[in-house]
Design a protein around this ligand. Structure first.
Ligand SMILES: C[S@@+](CC[C@H](N)C(=O)[O-])C[C@H]1O[C@@H](n2cnc3c(N)ncnc32)[C@H](O)[C@@H]1O
Length: 331
């Protein structure tokens, strides 16, 4: 296990190229629901609404809500989309999310290739990684990580803990697990938890922390990053795959915004009967920090990130629609 640490660090290769459908709340937000249905791209965030005089507020898509309400609203969104989540991912991204995820996993190269046993002394104990997939949802990343470890690195021991705030998403993941070779092994486990409070996980116990398309939903991203830092072993790797708010090319950016704001809520309505949740999902992308800002947050948490304070430390995918961020906890 110990030798996994420098190996994980070594593998860090970064490039510097360049609502909700809440049955409880629906009525309370009826005023904002109607204009959302008619919204045309490119989007303009509405002016902030004040939620009480003293309450701390945050964004929920383009709405401003009290901080303590955001997690439950996000939970409601994903409860609503859980059963159609995997199908919708294929439709909304035209299948491209699979390429991004495969690339993300390949770049992390999970698992430890066994060293051939020396001729006489007893063989070394099997090495493996303990991976934590945060906001793991239906396990789309987790099963890829295990497949890679098993087939590419011939490592039958590496395990993934899939953690998510939403029990319905985890239930979909459990269902999916039944049809994988990892079912009834100790290589997959599930934990319902808020990424901002991973107190169920021991400090310095994780080799690789992954979060894909999840962190933009967190209320306090810096708190989640601190928890990532705490649970990782020294030398452990933080890896995040997330959408970016803007593409560098303004023409492509305008086309992309037209697609995401025009088509995605519509597909959500037609396929999943849920426009509001998918409207939130595209709005939440707009609110996520730029690659530069997020890389700075990762660095400020204490992770070692290639590049310098002026930039670097991420890899753009598909002209910057999504980006991979990585950081290493110092040894
Ligand atoms: C878009 S899905 C991504 C699922 C999976 N990682 C993938 O790439 O397919 C986002 C996930 O983040 C989870 N999530 C949102 N807020 C969270 C939080 N504060 N803590 C943990 N999980 C959270 C949601 O429940 C949902 O399952």
């Amino acid at each position: 296990m110990a030798s996994a640490v420098p190996r994980a660090a070594k593998r860090l290769r970064l490039t510097n190229t360049p609502g909700y459908v809440c049955t409880d709340c629906r009525r309370a937000f009826a005023a904002s629901t109607q204009p959302r249905l008619q919204q045309q791209p490119p989007p303009q965030p509405p002016p902030s609404q004040h939620v009480g005089q003293t309450a701390k507020t945050t964004h929920f898509g383009f709405e401003t809500v009290a901080e303590e309400l955001k997690a439950s609203k996000v939970r409601t969104v994903f409860s609503s989309v859980a059963s159609s989540y995997d199908t919708m991912n294929d439709l909304m991204s035209l299948g491209i999310h699979r390429l991004w995820k495969d690339h993300f996993v390949r770049s992390l190269n999970p698992g430890i290739r066994p060293t051939p046993p020396p001729p006489r002394p007893p063989p070394p104990p099997p090495q493996s990684q303990r991976i934590l997939d945060i906001a793991g949802g239906t396990g789309d990343i987790a099963f890829r990580l295990l497949d890679h470890a098993t087939t590419t690195n011939r490592d039958p021991h590496t395990s993934v803990l899939i953690s998510d705030i939403n029990p319905q998403m985890l239930a979909e993941g459990r269902k999916r697990c039944l049809s994988t070779p990892y079912h009834a092994t100790n290589r997959v486990s599930f934990l319902e938890a808020n990424a901002e409070d991973l107190s169920a996980i021991e400090s310095s116990s994780i080799d690789l922390y992954t979060v894909a398309f999840g962190i933009r939903n967190f209320t306090h991203k810096a708190t989640a990053l601190r928890e990532a830092y705490r649970v990782l072993k020294p030398g452990g790797v933080f890896a995040c795959l997330e959408f970016t708010p803007n593409l560098a090319n303004p023409v492509l950016n305008a086309l992309y915004k037209r697609w995401s704001f025009g088509a995605i809520p519509l597909i959500g309505q037609l396929v999943a009967g849920d426009r509001e949740s998918y409207q939130y999902l595209v709005e939440s992308i707009e609110k996520f920090p730029s690659q530069r800002e997020f890389a700075a947050m990762v660095r400020e948490t204490g992770f070692l990130v290639p590049g310098d304070a002026e930039g670097g430390g991420w890899e753009d995918l598909s002209m910057g629609i999504a980006a991979v961020h990585k950081g290493v906890k110092p040894v």
